[in-house]
Design a protein around this ligand. Structure first.
Ligand SMILES: *[C@@H]1O[C@H](CO)[C@@H](O)[C@H](O)[C@H]1NC(C)=O
Ligand SMILES: *[C@@H]1O[C@H](CO)[C@@H](O)[C@H](O)[C@H]1NC(C)=O
Ligand SMILES: *[C@@H]1O[C@H](CO)[C@@H](O)[C@H](O)[C@H]1NC(C)=O
Ligand SMILES: *[C@@H]1O[C@H](CO)[C@@H](O)[C@H](O)[C@H]1NC(C)=O
Length: 798
C-alpha cells in the first residue's frame, strides 16, 4: 500500500524536490523508519533558568533545563482556562523513542510472547522518554520496582517536568485534517492535497506578509511554492505535536486509572502484581541476579514525594479537572430527592466484596467511592426537552414489552416540570386500552397481559452539579450521553438513545451470551462505502498501548481482535451507539477514557459524534473484552416487489428504502432494535411534501398521489415484513461496479426524500464478476403482527 503510494508519487511528474519533502515527511511521521533522519536538537540546556528557589547544583540537568518560569505560567493549573498551550511549529522536538528498541524490551517481548502488530513507527508518551533518560538501563526499573513504585515513578517524572501538569479539556489541539463529508478520503497530509485546499488562503497570506513590492504580477511561482512548502512544514510540525499531546493525555489517563482506580478490584491488582513478579524473575534470569544493577532515584525524583495518603485524589483532580467531585441529584418519579444513588434490590452481583450504597465523600478517590456505590441493573436514557416525545413513546413501548427494570433518565439542568410530569404519567398511569392490532397477537402474550401493563420505576438524574462550570460547554452535543454513561448509578446498564425502538424486553439483552462473556455489548453500524484515510489509522494505532506500557504497567497490547476490526481495515463507520450494554463495575476504567477522547479534537474529527468512542475507549485502555453483535446494521420494512429495469428485466438486487438502521441477533436472526423512532419517516413534521411528492421516484412501495397520503405514510409506523441484510465481505469489498444498472453500493444515501434523510438498501451489489449476494429475511405472520402492535403502541395509535 505504502509502496504503491510511493511509486505513484515517483512517477507522477511532480517536481523532484516536492517529492522529497513530501515523502520524507510522510515517511517520517508514519513509517517504520529510524529516527536517525532527524536531528534531535537538544535545546534543553540552552534554556537554563536560574531560579533562586532551587539549589541548582542539586537539580538534574533535565530539571534545570525544563524549569522555565514563563512556560510554567502558561500551564498554570488555575481558574484561568483560557490560558492555552500554544503549539509552536518552530520549537517542535520529536520524542526520542529509541528506548523501544533497547535489547531489554526485545528480550522481554520474546520471552513474554508480546507482539506489536500495529506496523507503525514507534510512538511513546513523552514522559517515558523522560523516565528512561533518567534511568537509561530499563533493567533497573523492570528488575526492581513493583507496580506501585512504577506508578509513583511515572507521576513523579510528570511533576518534575511540569509542576502544574494537568489534562486540560479546553486545550486547543488544532488538527490539520481536511474534513469533507462527501470526500472523506482526501486528507490534507499530502502536500498536493494540502496545497490544493489552502492555496488561495496561503497566496493571500504571502501577499500580505511576505511579498515585497506593489506589483503582484511579479510574484514568481517558485517563491510562492517555497512559501507554501514552509507553511506545510509548519502545519506538519504542529500536527505531530498535537498527536504527541493526544498520546500523552491518553497515557496519563490510562496509567492513572490502572494505578489508582483498580485498587478496590482485587482481581485486577493481583493480575498486575503477578505480571510484575514474572517480569522481575525474567529480568533477573536474563541479567543474572547478582549483576542486576539496583534502582536509584534521581535527586529530583526523590524530591517529588508521591507515596502519601490522598495522592490518588490529588492526581485525580489533575486527570479529571472537569469533575466537580459531586454525584448528580436523583429524583424519584414520586418527587423524592436523594443525594446518594437509589438502592435497587432487583439484582445482586455475587462477588461484591464491598458494601453498596454508601458514598463516603473523598475518603479515597472520587471514582473509587463511586464504584462502590453502584448497584442494580437498569435502563439509562438521556434527555433534553426536545426529546420528550420520543421518550414518552419509548416508555410506553417498554411497558408493552413487560419491562421491570428501573429506569434512570439523565439530563442536564433544565428538564421542565411539565416534561417530567408527562414522563411520570406515561410511566405510571394505568394502561389497559390496547390498539386493535393486539388482537392478532393475543395468543403470544402472557395470560394476564390485558390486566394492565407494568408501571415503570423512574428516577430523574440531574447532572447539573457534576461538571465544573468552565468545562460544561465541552459536553454539548453528544456529551450528555457520555456523562450519563459515567454518572448513572447502575452496576450494569443498557443505554438507549431516546429515538431507539426495542423489540425485546431489555432483560433479554443482559442474558445474551455475548454480554455475559464481555460485560460490554455493542452493535455495528451500516456498512457504508465511506473509507478512512490511512493516516487516521496511524494515529488511532499509535494511541493503543505500546510495548513500554505493556512492560511497565501490564497493559495488553490489543492484539488481533481490535486491529482486525472493520474500522482498522479502513471503514469510516463501524459502531452504532444507539444501544450499548455495559457492566460498569467491570469496565469503569475504560468508560472513564470516554470523555478524554471527546475533548480531543484530533479524535473528535475522526468519529461521527461519539459513536466510535465506546470501543476505542476500551481499545486505548488495552481492554479487548468488548463484544460486537456479528451482524452489521440491516434495513427493515418492505422490499419492493417486482422491481424492473427500463428494459423490463428484473433487478437481481432487492431494494428497501427508509431512514432506519436496524439490528438483528447473530444467533437467531430475530429483530432486536432500530433507530430513528418508529415513524416511517422520523422527520415527517419537517418534510417539504410538495418536494417529496415530486421526487418520490421508484423508492417506495406505492406511488403517492397527493401530499395527504404521503404524510400519512410517513407518520405511520414502518410496516416490518422484511429485513434486508446487504452483502458484506469486508472493508475491501464494498463496491460492485457494473454496467447492468445493478446497485454498486449496498447503502445509498438519498439527499432528497424525508427531509434529506433516506437510505436505500440493496440485497446484492454488482453483476457478473463483481456480484455479491446478501440475504432477505422474511418475518413470519406472528412476528409481523407483533411488530405492528409495538409500532402502534410507540406511535400512540388507538
Ligand atoms: C535517542 O536516545 C538514545 C539513547 O539515549 C541516543 O543514543 C540517541 O542518540 C538519541 N537519538 C536522537 C535522535 O537524539
Ligand atoms: C519543524 O521542526 C523542526 C524540528 O523538529 C525544525 O527544525 C523545523 O524548523 C520546523 N519547521 C518549521 C517550518 O517550523
Ligand atoms: C435548556 O438549556 C438549553 C441550553 O442552555 C437551552 O437551549 C434550552 O432552551 C433550555 N430548555 C428549557 C426548557 O429551558
Ligand atoms: C441471492 O440470494 C437469494 C437468497 O438469499 C437467492 O434467492 C437469490 O437467487 C440469489 N441471487 C443470485 C443472483 O444468486
Amino acid at each position: 500500500m505504502k509502496f504503491s503510494y510511493y511509486r505513484f508519487l515517483l512517477y507522477s511528474g511532480v517536481a523532484a524536490w516536492t517529492i522529497l519533502l513530501n515523502g520524507y515527511l510522510f515517511l517520517y511521521h508514519y513509517d517504520n523508519i529510524a529516527l536517525s533522519v532527524k536531528t534531535f536538537t537538544n535545546n534543553v540546556n540552552s534554556q537554563q533558568n536560574n531560579n533562586g528557589l532551587y539549589d541548582s547544583d542539586k537539580m538534574d540537568d533535565k530539571v534545570k533545563g525544563d524549569y522555565n518560569e514563563e512556560e510554567n505560567h502558561k500551564w498554570a493549573f488555575s481558574s484561568d482556562n483560557n490560558v492555552l498551550h500554544k503549539f509552536n511549529p518552530h520549537h517542535y522536538e520529536p520524542v526520542n523513542t529509541s528506548i523501544v528498541n533497547h535489547k531489554t524490551f526485545d528480550l522481554y517481548k520474546m520471552h513474554a510472547d508480546v507482539k506489536d502488530l500495529r506496523g507503525i513507527r514507534p510512538t511513546i508518551a513523552t514522559n517515558y522518554e523522560t523516565i528512561f533518560k533518567n534511568h537509561p538501563n530499563p533493567n533497573t526499573i523492570l528488575g526492581n520496582l513493583d507496580f506501585k513504585e512504577r506508578c509513583s515513578l511515572y507521576f513523579q517524572n510528570l511533576f518534575i517536568t511540569d509542576h502544574n501538569w494537568y489534562l486540560n479539556p479546553n486545550e486547543e489541539l488544532p488538527v490539520g485534517r481536511y474534513v469533507n463529508p462527501y470526500d472523506i478520503e482526501l486528507a490534507e497530509f499530502e502536500y498536493s492535497n494540502w496545497k490544493f485546499y489552502n492555496h488561495d488562503r496561503l497566496k493571500q497570506e504571502y501577499i500580505d506578509y511576505e511579498f515585497e513590492g506593489d506589483d503582484q504580477s511579479t510574484i514568481t511561482d517558485a517563491e510562492l511554492e517555497k512559501f507554501m512548502m514552509r507553511k506545510f512544514e509548519e502545519f506538519w510540525n504542529t500536527t505531530l505535536q498535537v498527536e504527541q499531546k493526544t498520546l500523552d493525555s491518553i497515557s496519563h489517563l490510562r496509567i492513572f486509572n490502572k494505578c489508582f482506580l483498580s485498587n478496590s478490584d482485587p482481581k485486577q491488582s493481583e493480575k498486575a502484581n503477578q505480571l510484575i513478579r514474572d517480569q522481575k524473575e525474567l529480568i533477573q534470569t536474563i541479567q543474572g541476579k547478582d549483576y542486576l544493577p539496583s534502582f536509584e532515584f534521581t535527586e529530583s525524583e526523590k524530591m517529588a514525594k508521591l507515596d502519601s495518603y490522598g495522592v490518588c485524589s490529588s492526581l485525580e483532580k489533575r486527570i479529571y479537572p472537569w469533575l466537580s467531585f459531586q454525584l448528580p441529584v436523583f429524583e424519584k418519579w414520586s418527587g423524592e430527592i436523594e443525594l446518594t444513588p437509589p438502592q435497587y434490590n432487583n439484582y445482586h452481583k455475587k462477588s461484591k466484596s464491598f458494601t453498596t450504597g454508601t458514598f463516603h465523600q473523598m475518603s479515597d478517590c472520587f471514582f473509587n467511592d463511586m464504584r462502590k456505590s453502584l448497584n442494580g441493573r437498569g435502563i439509562v436514557l438521556t434527555l433534553g426537552d426536545v426529546h420528550v416525545e420520543n421518550t414518552l413513546n419509548l416508555i410506553r413501548l417498554l411497558r408493552a414489552l413487560g419491562n421491570r427494570l428501573p429506569i434512570q433518565i439523565v439530563y442536564y439542568d433544565n428538564l421542565s416540570g411539565s416534561s417530567k410530569a408527562k414522563i411520570v404519567k406515561a410511566a405510571r398511569q394505568s394502561m389497559r386500552d390496547f390498539p386493535a392490532s393486539m388482537e392478532k397477537i393475543r395468543h403470544l402474550l402472557p395470560e394476564d397481559y390485558d390486566l394492565g401493563l407494568p408501571v415503570q420505576n423512574i428516577h430523574f438524574v440531574n447532572l447539573f452539579n457534576v461538571v465544573r462550570e468552565q468545562y460544561i460547554h465541552k459536553f454539548e452535543g453528544y456529551g450528555n450521553k457520555l456523562l450519563a454513561t459515567i454518572f448513572n448509578s447502575f452496576e450494569e446498564f443498557i443505554l438507549l438513545d431516546s429515538d431507539v425502538v426495542l423489540f425485546k424486553n431489555p432483560e433479554w439483552f443482559f442474558e445474551t451470551s455475548k454480554y455475559k462473556e464481555g460485560g460490554a455489548l455493542f452493535y455495528k453500524d451500516r456498512a457504508t462505502s465511506d473509507k478512512r484515510p490511512e493516516t487516521d489509522l496511524f494515529l488511532l494505532k499509535s494511541l493503543l498501548p505500546n510495548v513500554i506500557d505493556n512492560a511497565m504497567f501490564g497493559f495488553p497490547m490489543v492484539p488481533e481482535k481490535t486491529l482486525k476490526n472493520d474500522a482498522f481495515e479502513g471503514m469510516y463507520h463501524f459502531m452504532e451507539a444507539g444501544v450499548v450494554l455495559l457492566d460498569k463495575t467491570r469496565h469503569l476504567n475504560s468508560i472513564l477514557m470516554l470523555p478524554q477522547l471527546y475533548f480531543m479534537e484530533p479524535l473528535m474529527t475522526r468519529s461521527h459524534g461519539d459513536k466510535e468512542f465506546f470501543w476505542l475507549a476500551f481499545a486505548f485502555n488495552g481492554n479487548e473484552e468488548y463484544v460486537f453483535n456479528d451482524y452489521r446494521a440491516v434495513a427493515v420494512g418492505e422490499v419492493k416487489p417486482d422491481r424492473r429495469k427500463d428494459n423490463g428485466e428484473l433487478y437481481l438486487a432487492q431494494q428497501l428504502c427508509n431512514s432506519h438502521p436496524a439490528h438483528i441477533d447473530d444467533e437467531d436472526n430475530s429483530l432486536l432494535w432500530l433507530n430513528s423512532g418508529f415513524h416511517f419517516c422520523g422527520k415527517y413534521d419537517l418534510v417539504d411534501y410538495e418536494n417529496d411528492l415530486h421526487k418520490q421516484g421508484n423508492y417506495y412501495l406505492q406511488t403517492f398521489e397527493n401530499q395527504e397520503d404521503m404524510r400519512h405514510y410517513y407518520y405511520n409506523p414502518i410496516n416490518i415484513r422484511h429485513a434486508v441484510v446487504p452483502p458484506f465481505s469486508g472493508a475491501n469489498y464494498l463496491k460492485g461496479p457494473n454496467k447492468e444498472g445493478e446497485p454498486e453500493i449496498a447503502w445509498q444515501m438519498l439527499h432528497v426524500l424525508c427531509h434529506d434523510y433516506m437510505w436505500c438498501t440493496y440485497s446484492s451489489i454488482g453483476y457478473g464478476d463483481t456480484f455479491q449476494n446478501g440475504t432477505v429475511i422474511e418475518f413470519d405472520e406472528d412476528q409481523h403482527s407483533y411488530f405492528k402492535y409495538l409500532g402502534d403502541i410507540w406511535v400512540g395509535l388507538e
